[in-house]
Design a binder for this molecule. Sequence first.
Ligand code: PLP
Length: 404
Amino acid sequence: MKLEKIRNDFPILNEVVHNKPLVYLDNAATTQKPQMVIDAISNYYTHTNSNIHRSAHTLASRATELYETARDTIQQFIHAAHRHEINFTRGTTEGINLVMYSWAMHNIQEGDEIIISALEHHSNLVPWQQLCKQKKAKLLIIPINEHGELMMDIYYKQLSTKTKLVACVHTSNSLGTINPVKDIIEKAHLFGAKVLIDGAQAVAHAPIDVQALDADFFVFSGHKLFGPTGIGVLYAKEEILNEMLPFHFGGEMIKTVTYEETTFNTLPYKFEAGTPNIAGVIGLGAAIQYVQSIGFDFIQEQEKTLLAYATEKIKQINGLRIIGTAANKASVISFVINGIHTYDVGVLLDQMGIAIRTGHHCCMPLMDSLSLEGGTCRASFSFYNSQEEVDILIAGLERVVRMI
Ligand code: PLP
């Protein structure tokens, strides 16, 4: 009965939509929040609200302690070597932009090459595309095979001494493919290139060890990890962060200021200008503690079971085609149904209380290359989803198909 107990931790799972119990299968877009996270945020504003790092009074020191303890929690969660390698951002998108402006802008020159994959979310594509235009550098794309897996033999050939950065998604939000990131990093390092891993879809599903991966940069968002929106993490190796210029200038990121000069603060404060999202950081810390209390053994087992069960059932629906059949896949099923637009599938399922995502999933070039004009329908499962919810999805899809 562990699942029932877990579901009770998420108050939103008791919501009713169009007079039907909510079946929330849009976890790749954002995950729901356990009561523990809601309480951490609410308690912070009720009992502790104060600005951090700057004041002698009690509330400020309590707020600072909660904020910095969350940094320790995150350091341990992703196995970073140092707490000051954890920099708080607004999310994955901001983390990637930070690396683009503060590292790549100063390290990519004309003629250099950046490699990304065909599975990138726009947030790990547009910054590099724009930088390459500005710097007259070249953007190379690792293609995918018919299952949605990266063609690693082509990647190996794309690498050269011109490669300065490989920016690759760990787990695809649109097809669910889990990429061989350790190998990607290892091979890039042979050519002296830095590697950024977009971990947005990875952190909620499997343990991450940035040291074992040897990632130079690793970014993720709190809201896909059962934490609040508007908070995320950029991990980078200490020596790289030390060489980088600040992203934002202002309060907190300085050591000394005169009218003529500014010296910058030590890590991680150099990258945390202004008043941060204190409640968000505390909420994220609580979310990670919650995940740790559930344990990745249970999370992975539950998601694997749901994926296998749903894939088997969904495959049997007439006219439905699964997009993305990688051998190593997260709990995401993208699909299209002959004769009906993806958006209409989403609207019809919503009437039945079922929340899925439809469209291009912020992967327009990928959808174009697969000739999927309307994108796909995407059901994405979390460990709090049940087999009964999968059955409701299947019954809903069968009704949709009957309506065509
Ligand atoms: N990368 C991937 C793989 C994603 O799935 C997402 C969000 O869907 C992002 C990046 C962007 O994350 P955020 O909007 O939280 O910055």
